[in-house]
Design a protein around this ligand. Sequence first.
Ligand code: ME8
Length: 651
Amino acid sequence: MNARRDRFYVTTPIYYVNDVPHIGHAYTTILADVLSRYHRLLGVPTHFLTGSDEHGQKVYDAAAAAGISPQEQTDRTVVRFQDLWKRIDISHDDFLRTTEPRHTAVVQEILQDLFDRDEIYAGDYEGWYSVSEERFYTEKELVDGKSPEGKPVEKIVEKNYFFRMSKYQEWLIDHIEKHPEFIQPATRRNETLGYLKKPLGDLCISRPKQRLPWGVELPFDDGYVCYVWFDALVNYISAVGYRRDDAQFEKWWPADYHLVGKDILTTHTVYWPTMLRAMGLAMPKTVFAHGWWLVSGAKISKSDGNAVDPMDIIDLYGVDALRYYLMAEMTLGQDSTFTIDEDGQPISFIKRYNSDLANDLGNMVSRVVTMIQRNFDSVVPAPGELTDDDRELERAALAAVDGMVEHLGEMTLDRGLSSVLEAVRAGNRYFDRTKPWGLVKSGDTERLGTVLYTAAECLRIVSGLLFPVMPTKMAELRTALGLGDAAANPSFEQLGQLGTLTAGSKLPTSQALFPRIELKKAKKTKEPKKAKPKAPAKPVELAPGVIDVHQFFETKLRVAKVVEAVPVPKADRLLQLQVDLGDERRQIVAGIAEHYSAEEMVGKLVVVVSNLMPAKIRGLESNGMLLAAKADGVVKVVTVDGEVPPGSEVG
Ligand code: ME8
């Protein structure tokens, strides 16, 4: 469990500075920040590294398009990332730019060393290159003449330098199999193991300067620069003193978590470990690949023009609310949808904010603080003897402390936050049960004081537990509860010490912590007149259970290809499927595990109901339903008779 780590080194991807940051970049960085802050509370020495990936084709092209030098492009854009991190309270210990000499010099030394030891050799390269993804594909990997992600590719033959990645294939498979924690979650481990079933080639690690002059120059051939990924991945070690400061390097390496999005799984779980192996270094403990933030079923990305600007949310609703939403809404490892209505209102955000922060937490805070202000002249009352009700609330708050520590260890942060919110809800129920307003009426001041003190104690614990996620708001809450040094974040140990709230301290006047967000009513948009099918002259009376054809066509059935499948832990009947619907990917949780293994399902063309409201099954988002036939306890999923493109309509 994380609580027992003796130090914690966490990294984010270093982001490309070809464009400004969007909510996806903010997400990974906030996640690393929250994990770092929790570990600091646990008393674990922590090192949090982030930075910028400044070389390569993308940045070079962006500079050319803007009519400026690549260095100017990086200098201008990196500030946008650094400013955003300041704005959203990122507490990183280091920000590495790959154009800094402390990094480039180390990259060159590594290249020279690998070249001297024949881990890097010169050869001819013939392949298909995708500019937008900055990587080569083999002929076999292309799909309809494009990269597997659908990006255009061009054929290139040239002399290049190669890293002997292929010779580490068997070792890597063995390492992944022996260390289940190395690639998480399990779906991603299976994906990498699947990738490693095909022979692994050597990795082309150079780019001729005449095609791309922007990069770290190869120390053994000045006609070439280093491939951007070979340069970028090294940031995780150059930043902590590799080849420069042995004591610092010993202290932090290997990293505890490389946090990445699932888009960059192969580079982190195939290229990086083989590079480290060739350098004779230890493997990172875990590469954790989280899912994507989607809008209308598509990955949020700048190039797709659907980027959500974090600043828009922050300006309207505040930094902490955004941080909370991103952490509470996404189940780590799965995709999550950011919904925006036709008026541009971030609906999923507002719903989560109103239910958890305004209705539950904000409401409890305002009940406790207002009653102390009105009935005890703003002075925290001393508790009398505790009843079972009071003890029950104390137990709920302490359970949240344990829950958070446990969920941190399992990287189930959303569930850790639910356990804290559960304590808040228990607090509101406690209020309803103990009815302090009734105690005011009956003049039972001692019992009233005990109830308010116990509720405020619960809030003290909650404020500490949510501090890593909402540092500003929780400092405000601590001030509102009369806790001396508002900014001081208590350790987990202090959090669990009951009776820490000081009776007799005076509460300052405070404002509502999380005012409710009123949703604007959706505009009435005029529906374009559809050519309606002719209604029958007389209403037809349908026999019970019979529907007419229009009712049938309200159900949208589509063909989907199952691209990934894994069993749902602790649920014997469920499989968690990722399906391809042509224009989007979805997750469906299906109750078929007793009839199909996960492996059997992958590759099947199934029929799904595609216009169902998303549902949560065992905490997993399920977006659609599989059709299946059932007879005598046998279940067979409905498939199509032949190859049709995923997404095809059925009907
Ligand atoms: O890949 N949802 O940089 P990059 C969730 N420079 N996370 C998202 C996201 C989304 N829709 N979009 C982006 C690179 N991200 C390389 C990395 S590391 C040695 C080099 C996050 O600017 C997610 O963490 O394209 C993803 O992996 C990363 O941004 C990609 O950032």
